[in-house]
Design a protein around this ligand. Structure first.
Ligand code: PLP
Length: 400
């Protein structure tokens, strides 16, 4: 139940009252506060590329503005953008989508929100594997659903079909999949993803596949989109995609959904009464992102590959810290339980004191359903990585 502060005149929604603010955005805010106070902060918190948006994409937006393409667009986005998304999935994954199955959204977040609120009725259960991206359970609860978590500790955070089958009940309506996963970086191998979707189809539930980190996968792991599955396995599937990470476009707020026509129609209805359509200039930028040269994506991936290798090696040299190899995205997710000593009794305390003593921001794993872990984003420069690791080492060694 929501408790009302004394003297409050705001008699707000119970659903929103029980919602937790985003812990990842809170970490970003904390870093910003320290920076504003003149501190030399190392920020491992930000889940966004440190690269600038590529010039061709910026130019497309500037051109759209100069040409007066500054008005409302159709709710689901311009035909050009829808076609660019369809072409991308056709080219890369041999998937066939119709324009009525594509909705351009204001960030991948809106696609996930649209998908969840159009599907759930009160009490519906939604399967979410731990560790999970912070937004999933909040959106589910907001829509009246019940998040049901799948523990994946025994499989080193890699979800498999048996775990999914065991978790399904008569009330299960939806599973939210996220590969590459934020925060663990785990990538579900294509064959396993298919087995999971076979279970989903057999048991008649729906699936949202959050493919926000689709292109950031490190070999031998393979890039895989649920779009490449045969039509009978994606009848009840909604893909949520994003331009934010792939093209360093976090501030542009562009994403999309790909789903069957009925689900898409429902999502368009919700969107038409909330944001109407994504920003028109950003839609032109996103069209160029998909249709234009892709060199910026490979440049970023190369850089993340080098940073990842360096960071994993360096973290493993810190006594007490253990870190599996993430196969995708741009996060390391080390376990810090062996570092919990003295006044540090939780990963939350670890993160808080590291920030106070060493002005180094990491995100507490508890917010992702994995207490005892912290998330470090390596979407930051090598110099910052080096300095940050030096500080974490000093912080841990000081406590023996
Ligand atoms: N999904 C995951 C797993 C994410 O980490 C994020 C952003 O951090 C998003 C979706 C949403 O990204 P955006 O709304 O910026 O497209």
């Amino acid at each position: 139940m929501m408790t009302k502060p004394a003297g409050s005149h705001f008699n707000g929604s119970v659903n929103v009252g029980s919602m937790q603010p985003s812990s990842t955005l809170a970490a970003m805010q904390a870093a910003e506060t320290l920076r504003a106070a003149g501190m030399n902060v190392v920020d491992f918190g930000a889940g966004e590329p440190d690269f600038d948006t590529p010039e061709n994409i910026k130019e497309a937006a500037a051109r759209a503005m100069a040409e007066g393409k500054t008005k409302y667009t159709p709710t689901g986005g311009t035909r050009e953008l829808q076609q660019a998304i369809i072409d991308f999935y056709g080219r890369e994954f041999s998937a066939h989508y119709e324009p009525q199955e594509v909705i351009a959204t204001s960030g991948g977040k809106q696609a996930i929100f649209n998908a969840v609120v159009t599907l759930l009725n009160p009490g519906d259960e939604v399967l979410i594997a731990k560790p999970y991206w912070v937004t999933f359970p909040e959106v589910v609860a907001f829509a009246g659903g019940k998040p049901v978590f799948i523990e994946t500790g025994e499989t080193e955070f890699l979800l498999n079909a048996e775990q999914v089958a065991k978790a399904i009940t008569a009330r299960t309506k939806l599973i939210i999949l996220n590969s590459p996963c934020n925060p663990s970086g785990r990538v579900i191998p294509p064959a396993e993803f298919r087995r999971i979707m076979e279970v989903v189809a057999e048991r008649d539930i729906h699936a949202v596949s959050d493919e926000c980190y689709l292109r950031f996968v490190y070999p031998p792991a393979q890039i895989f989109s649920a779009a490449s599955l045969p039509p009978e396995l994606r009848r009840r599937l909604c893909i949520a995609g994003s331009f934010s990470k792939t093209y360093a476009m976090t501030g542009w707020r562009m994403g999309y959904s790909l789903a069957g026509q009925e689900w898409s129609r429902a999502m368009a209805k919700v969107q038409s009464h909330s944001t109407s359509n994504p920003n028109s200039m950003a839609q032109h930028a996103a069209t160029e992102a998909l249709n234009g040269p892709q060199t910026s994506v490979s440049t970023m991936l190369e850089e993340y590959t080098a940073r990842r290798a360096w960071l994993l090696g360096a973290l493993r040299e810190i006594p007490g810290l253990s870190c599996n190899e993430p196969e995708g995205a741009f996060y390391a997710f080390p376990e810090v339980t062996s570092c919990l000593k003295g006044d540090i009794k939780s990963s939350g305390e670890f993160a808080r004191q590291l920030m106070e003593e060493e002005q180094t921001v990491v995100t507490d794993g508890a917010g992702f359903g994995a207490a005892g872990y912290v998330r470090l984003s390596y979407a930051t420069s090598k110099e910052q990585l080096r300095e940050g690791v030096r500080r974490i080492k000093r912080f841990v060694e000081k406590r023996g």
